[in-house]
Design a binder for this molecule. Sequence first.
Ligand code: ATP
Length: 328
Amino acid sequence: SGSVLTLGETMGLFSGAQTGSFAHVAQTTIGIGGAESNVAVGLARLGIPVSWVGRVGDDSLGNRVVREIRGEGVDVRATLDPDVPTGLMLKEFRGRGTSRVTYYRSNSAGSRLSPADIAAGVVENASLVHLTGITPLLSESARRTCLSVVRRAHDAGVRVSLDINYRCSLAEPGVAAEAIGEVCGYADLVFGSPEEIALVSPVSQLREGTSFGTTSAEAIAGLVRSFDPDGRREVVVKRGAFGATSVNGGASVTAAGHTVDVVDTVGAGDAFVAGYLSGDVQGWTIEQKLARANACGALMCTIPGDWEASPTPAELDEFLDSGADPVQ
Ligand code: ATP
């Protein structure tokens, strides 16, 4: 199986030790998190060789970011930025499996990622490069880094994966559509919610303010056709508890989600992507990739933490054997 390269910003993560707003919560626990490193850890747990590239501050949280990801067996290539701090996010638990994340990342070290941070050969020797739509919205240099990486991948014949992962706190929809769309133009494999697929769709009526709710698989296939009229790409639509639909060259496969007791949904999307990519680099069928991805996503909902509980193949088998039946 091939190796994966991913890059992005990973931050310190302070989570409330109790449910409630940080206006009143007394204790926090400290961890780290970032969409791409969450995916990297997920892949490492599944036995896939993976590298993560990013920038951190020359500070205690930067040290923690590098050590934690490296400790998971990910090949970490971090640039230490002496001038600015490592970014930070706060996670407040609001009960019933919901949480609110607030970012303190403007002008952070991670947002200053630059094309020169990705050494020669790092892209070219991977079998797949995974990006998210977060990175091009972080800064002008981060946007240029994404473009440089996908162009290098394109030139070297390396498969490109993009999780649109639109964060409205980083950019207005119009700005995001343009910056993410540019990177998306190079992607062979695209992940997103129906709303995110619409955001980067060339069909402008779909872009803003469209809500897809519990959209049917047929409606999703139609949405994907307007996003990718030539059927050139593999488009994976994440549908929360409903599972996911993957459309490739006109063929559409839907896999139902699992019924689970939800504790914390943050990180489900990243675990899903890690599961899907682990199958992709091993040449699995779409059905096999979706099955693993749904199991990874569902399992992550049952355990707090953004990436810590990323499953191993043995844990996935145990989860599936425990009667976690697909919803029908
Ligand atoms: P994130 O909150 O991590 O950004 P996302 O919005 O990218 O998530 P979702 O569609 O919410 O992605 O979830 C990704 C996948 O995780 C789903 O396709 C599904 O497989 C699984 N999943 C998410 N929520 C649930 C749930 N409540 N029950 C079962 N499976 C779920």
